[in-house]
Design a protein around this ligand. Structure first.
Ligand SMILES: Cc1cc2nc3c(=O)[nH]c(=O)nc-3n(C[C@H](O)[C@H](O)[C@H](O)COP(=O)(O)OP(=O)(O)OC[C@H]3O[C@@H](n4cnc5c(N)ncnc54)[C@H](O)[C@@H]3O)c2cc1C
Length: 447
């Protein structure tokens, strides 16, 4: 403790890290919030950014701006890459590859999860995940560019490939994306093209289970399935996507029947998650156990066994009954802050008790499902409930107002105001005119 005040280092400014930092604002500790992106992203609305309804500015906020009122909180841009628990020091990498150290008395690891391809990392080149703003913009580019490319092709199999969209994983994110692409095709883009009929776009949703939205009650899943089918989404259950290529996917039924090939140029991956690389390293350095997905096992107060000065919160906290949802991360952030405050006041820590306040998933315009304990509703009521919950937790008053205004305009006029996407525009060889990254191009020439 350099200045006599405990130094708290929080890694990650997502729901967990931000709520922890806010709770420690104006408390007698010095807080450093380190984030590799320097902004808080409201992940539940990433799909609306990906499909052109909202801008990245509406679903994110600079951490520096958000925490500027708290004089004891410093925000730093950097990616935590190394942990030395003996000297209580974290090394972070700046975007220019140089490094710096941050010392701590308390460490709160809130770095979240990343998309998992279940060991098939090569799929990532063709099938972006949906965890970051970069992912959302990459998906936006692929989805809108697919319709544009189809417009330039004669009728036939090549055009059909561009008008076929495959989504893996029928959890909330997969359902939201699949529904939005069909809605985009049938409403927003319906009258804008001359050669193609955007309504012809096929959206295929693949999942290994037997229903959509497995974390919801079966009746809500069934309702969601009907809404998706009415919208034109093709549901495929009991299957694994076993190969992803530039021009298609292979799907393997779990019952051992014959594999199926689907020709598509747009694959979106929402099937699984795993701990971020720093979490794996931290667990190793702390001698902490992890589960299959890389969540770090924690004690009842969310601290790492044998390291009462290190907390793991949010999606990364490995403890029975803790779901990977925003509410768990926010409550975990508050709890870690409360433990630190109790330590400072020399009072006994309390155990973490997660209170399930329910969950909601958007399906399509006018339809969402909401589940809170015994209360379950869908349809228009669900949609209004979903909208209210999301606006309540969106960061920043300006973002809330502008999001509501955008939603109202989208409902009234079916248009989407944030459809712009970026392709290399300078003519420089390092910025080619393509929506594929240089990594993808390298892979293509190796194909
Ligand atoms: C598309 C999508 C939709 C979702 N929809 C819902 C929903 O409707 N309802 C719901 O309750 N939950 C939803 N979730 C889940 C919810 O967003 C997460 O549970 C929540 O964000 C977890 O919070 P967290 O603080 O643990 O991690 P995150 O919010 O993921 O934050 C992690 C932060 O750590 C930073 N970071 C990562 N690695 C490092 C590093 N090495 N160094 C520094 N910083 C690092 C990242 O930049 C990020 O800011 C959704 C998630 C996704 C991806």
């Amino acid at each position: 403790m350099s200045s006599g005040r405990p130094r708290v280092l929080i890694i990650g400014g997502g729901f967990g890290g931000l709520f922890c930092a806010r709770r420690l604002g104006r408390v007698g500790v010095d807080v450093t919030l380190l984030d590799r992106a320097a902004c808080h992203v409201f992940q539940p609305l990433l799909y609306q950014c990906a499909t052109g309804t909202l801008s990245i500015g509406q679903i994110s906020r600079s951490l520096r701006e958000e925490l500027s009122r708290h004089r004891n909180v410093t925000t730093l841009l950097g990616e935590a890459v190394q942990l030395d628990p003996d000297s209580r020091r974290v090394t972070a990498r700046r975007p220019d590859e140089t490094k710096f150290d941050v010392d701590y008395d308390y460490l709160v690891i809130a770095a979240g999860m990343r998309q998992s391809y279940f060991g098939n990392e090569e799929f990532a080149a063709w099938a972006p995940g949906m965890k970051t703003l970069d992912d959302a913009l990459s998906i936006r580019r692929r989805v809108f560019a697919a319709f544009e490319i189809a417009e330039t092709l004669p009728p036939g199999p090549e055009r059909d490939q561009w008008l076929t969209f495959a989504v893996t994983g029928a959890g909330p994110t997969g359902v939201e994306l699949a529904g939005q692409i069909r809605e985009l095709a049938t409403r927003s883009l319906a009258n804008e093209f001359h050669k193609i009929e955007p309504e012809d776009a096929r959206v295929l949703l693949f999942d290994g289970g037997d229903r959509v939205l497995k974390s919801f009650a079966p009746a809500l899943s069934e309702r969601a399935s009907h809404i998706l089918e009415d919208l034109g989404v093709e549901l495929h259950f009991g299957v694994h996507v076993s190969d992803v290529r530039r021009d298609g996917v292979t799907v393997s039924p779990k019952d051992g029947s014959a594999e199926q090939e689907y020709a598509t140029r747009t694959v979106l991956w929402t099937a699984g998650v795993e701990g971020v690389p720093f979490a794996r390293h931290a667990a190793e350095m702390l001698g902490a156990a992890t589960d299959r997905s890389g969540r770090i096992k924690v004690d009842a107060d969310l601290s790492v066994p044998g390291h009462p000065e290190v907390f793991v919160i949010g999606d990364l906290a490995g403890r029975d009954g803790l779901p990977g949802v925003a509410e768990n991360a926010m409550q975990g952030g508050w709890h870690a802050a409360a433990c630190i405050r109790r330590d400072v006041a020399q009072r006994k820590r309390k155990d973490f008790r997660y209170r399930d306040l329910g969950s909601a998933a958007y399906i399509s315009r006018g339809h969402a499902v909401v589940q809170a304990g015994p209360v379950k509703f869908a349809g228009m009521l669900g949609w209004l409930g979903w909208g209210f919950i999301h606006i309540a937790f969106l960061t920043g008053v300006r973002n809330r107002f502008s999001t509501v205004a955008t939603w109202m305009a989208t409902i009234a006029r079916a248009n989407r105001s944030d459809r712009s996407f970026i392709l290399g525009g300078s003519g420089h060889p390092e910025e080619p005119y393509t929506w594929e990254s240089p990594v993808h191009q390298g892979q293509r020439s190796a194909d």
